[in-house]
Design a protein around this ligand. Structure first.
Ligand SMILES: CC(=O)SCCNC(=O)CCNC(=O)[C@H](O)C(C)(C)COP(=O)(O)OP(=O)(O)OC[C@H]1O[C@@H](n2cnc3c(N)ncnc32)[C@H](O)[C@@H]1OP(=O)(O)O
Ligand SMILES: O=C([O-])CC(=O)C(=O)O
Length: 388
């Protein structure tokens, strides 16, 4: 016996972190000590990112400098744009195109020398520079990729718009309504960090080998791309479409899905025993959009029916409650955003958290290397090929 197996690493404390704290029982999330609702209400994306990376709120001067620097970095190198054209030809999933483009960006960062081993603990400023490059360019990459695969030319980023507004402008080639810009900006803030979730853990594992920040980021994107994690936002909307198209009513569909061992997307969480505080923020936006001239309540109403049935089944009481991915798709759909880029939107925000965690990891590193309990055979005798 080598010790007790902690399946899924549940409850295992892998290190210390000062970035975020998830209170699972109360349904509360703090970023650097501030409640997520206060951040959504009072800050914008660059201010949130500054807070996550620096551990304190910026002064006005620091904010202006940081936000300006981020806006100036939005353009991507023409060669990376050409790669996106190739990925569009090959019809890559937008998350895969984003992963490839992120590694591609490392070639344009003069601080990264692929042929010399680097120990990033002595170059934390360079890690932050890489982080700024990646975070500033991911909206451009996502919007450009979506346009290219639709046969449209990319739209150049604008520095005079905030992050959410500029993203929607690059995606749709028109200035978005204020409500949509605000919602996008808030989405880019509230998804930024969330403890040692699977993708953040991935970023820390990869950084712990002293791989560079571009490599750690693209690896983390791979983890976020899974339907049990970040891709649950697109899968929730697809689930609602499936329910709508089926001849079963909502309750029957859910009962059958769970009886057959399936999951209800946008529900359940390793840490929260109650509804995710970010889901409440997104739900408020969903209702604002419905009340506006852009509203159509079809998918939100269906999501609420799912919630009512899950509640009636006693699942919310058992701690299987709506997570951050439950309402986001119903909102993005109203904004005419293609379903398969929802996880890219999550990534645009989460990269802020990953880089924060990489800085912590590089600064005080020990390689992350757990063990599995070996349950296979031992000391077998070799059978030559012709005797098998
Ligand atoms: C940004 C994010 O990553 S948020 C999460 C996004 N993912 C999803 O929405 C996908 C659906 N949810 C899930 O698959 C899970 O709840 C996860 C992956 C998020 C968490 O997984 P775990 O912490 O391992 O939860 P675990 O599997 O132990 O769940 C406990 C019980 O609740 C059930 N359960 C958990 N979530 C769900 C769900 N969404 N639908 C139905 N049943 C569920 C499990 O089947 C399990 O039942 P059992 O004890 O009878 O086997
Ligand atoms: O914390 C988790 O495991 C999943 C989650 O909500 C997130 O990453 O935002």
């Amino acid at each position: 016996m080598e010790g007790e197996v902690q399946k899924g690493l549940e409850g295992v404390i892998i290190d210390e972190s000062e970035i975020s704290r998830v209170f699972g029982e109360e349904g509360k999330l703090l970023l650097r000590g501030y409640e997520i609702n206060d951040i959504a209400e009072n800050a914008d994306y660059p201010e949130t990112l500054y807070l996550v990376w620096n551990g304190e709120l910026p002064t006005e001067e620091e904010y202006e400098k940081f936000a300006g620097d981020m806006a100036e970095r939005r353009e991507i190198p023409p060669e990376v744009m050409d790669s996106l054209r190739n990925y569009a030809e090959a019809n890559l999933h937008p998350m895969d195109a984003m992963m490839a483009a992120t590694v591609n960006l490392s070639g344009y960062d003069e601080n990264i020398d692929p042929n010399a081993p680097q120990t990033f603990e002595d170059s934390i400023d360079e890690v932050r520079e890489a982080g700024k490059n990646i975070a500033a360019k991911l909206p451009t990459i996502t919007a450009a990729y979506n346009r290219l695969r639709d046969g449209d030319e990319p739209v150049e980023p604008r520095e005079d718009m905030d992050t959410g507004e500029n993203f929607l402008y690059m995606l749709q080639d028109e200035e978005p309504p204020e409500l949509f810009s605000d919602l996008m900006e808030t989405a880019f803030q509230i998804h930024m960090d969330h403890g040692t979730n699977a993708s953040t853990f991935t970023a820390r594992v990869v950084a712990s080998t002293m791989a560079n920040p571009y490599e750690a980021t693209s690896s983390a994107m791979g983890a976020l791309a899974g339907p049990l994690h970040g891709a649950a936002n697109q899968d929730t909307l697809n689930m609602l479409r499936e329910i709508d198209a089926s001849d079963k009513d909502v309750g029957e569909w859910i009962d059958d899905t769970i009886d057959e061992g399936g999951v209800v997307y946008g529900y359940g969480h390793r840490v929260y025993q109650t509804k995710d505080p970010r889901a409440f923020i997104l739900q408020d936006y969903a209702e604002d959009i419905i009340d506006s001239e852009y509203g159509d309540d079809k998918w939100y109403k269906l999501a609420k029916e799912v919630e009512a049935h899950m509640d009636a089944k006693g699942l919310e009481e058992k701690g299987i409650a709506p997570n951050v991915d439950f309402f986001s798709g119903t909102i993005y759909q109203q904004m005419d955003i293609p379903t398969d880029i929802y996880t890219n939107l999550f990534t645009v925000s989460r990269v802020g958290g990953w880089v924060g965690h990489m800085v912590e990891q590089y600064s005080d590193n020990r390689i992350i290397r757990p063990r599995a309990q070996y349950t296979g055979p031992v000391d077998l005798e070799w059978t030559p090929m012709d005797e098998r």
